[in-house]
Design a protein around this ligand. Structure first.
Ligand code: ZN
Length: 203
């Protein structure tokens, strides 16, 4: 299974990191070893002093496909989830400066939180899913898929031009604004439309 992540998919997050607005989706991968095992705490790694949370809507692929047209993309997933793309922002800043790949900052062990999934039939529209991340009970990130630069079906189509999608692959669809550092003893909880999808302790 592979994890395909989209960067810079929400305007306000692009602005907060002072990034350029992309003309095509930004894509990077996380290895399967990045998945944080269920019910395990997240341990801040020694190589970073600035781990950020990025809460993101997830899509789980349920059919093999490549070169998928946007109008058929909906046939390749039937569940929507929520997760965190943990990012070593200090490491990423150094890599970005040199134009180097982001893997060390984005693909390290435990960097992919994959919470629960909800059948997409439970949503009135996938283009207006509200989600939220709280830290110790305080709301830190809220988002709505209506603010995505590229919607889920467009992302699937785009990604599948480069990577064959396989059953079980997960797409992280990008984070809205509000990314911030996590600290030891933080408890992060993620919600879709008010329903809890994960709870992670930071150690
Ligand atoms: Zn992200």
């Amino acid at each position: 299974m592979k994890i395909i992540c989209i960067g810079r998919n929400y305007t306000k997050h692009i602005e907060e990191l002072q990034n350029e607005r992309p003309s095509e989706p930004v894509i990077f991968l996380k290895p399967d070893t990045a998945v944080l095992p269920k019910n395990m705490p997240f341990f801040i790694p020694d190589f970073s002093d600035d781990i950020h949370h990025e809460v993101e809507i997830l899509v789980r692929i349920n059919r093999v496909g490549k070169h998928i047209e946007p109008q058929f993309a909906h046939k390749y997933y039937d569940e929507i989830g929520l997760g965190i793309d943990f990012t070593a922002r200090d490491v990423q800043a150094k890599l970005k400066e040199k134009g180097l790949p982001w893997e060390k900052a984005k693909g390290f062990d435990g960097s992919a939180v994959i919470g629960n999934f909800i059948s997409k039939s439970e949503f009135e529209s996938l283009q207006s899913i509200h989600f939220e991340l709280t830290n110790n009970g305080t709301s830190v990130q809220t988002g709505c898929t209506s603010n995505m630069l590229w919607q889920i079906d467009e992302l699937i189509s785009y990604v599948s031009q480069y990577f064959t999608l396989k059953i079980g692959d997960i797409i992280f669809t990008g984070t809205p604004e509000g990314v911030a550092k996590v600290n030891i003893n933080d408890v992060l909880e993620g919600f879709i439309e008010g329903k809890q999808m994960f709870r992670i302790q930071i150690k």
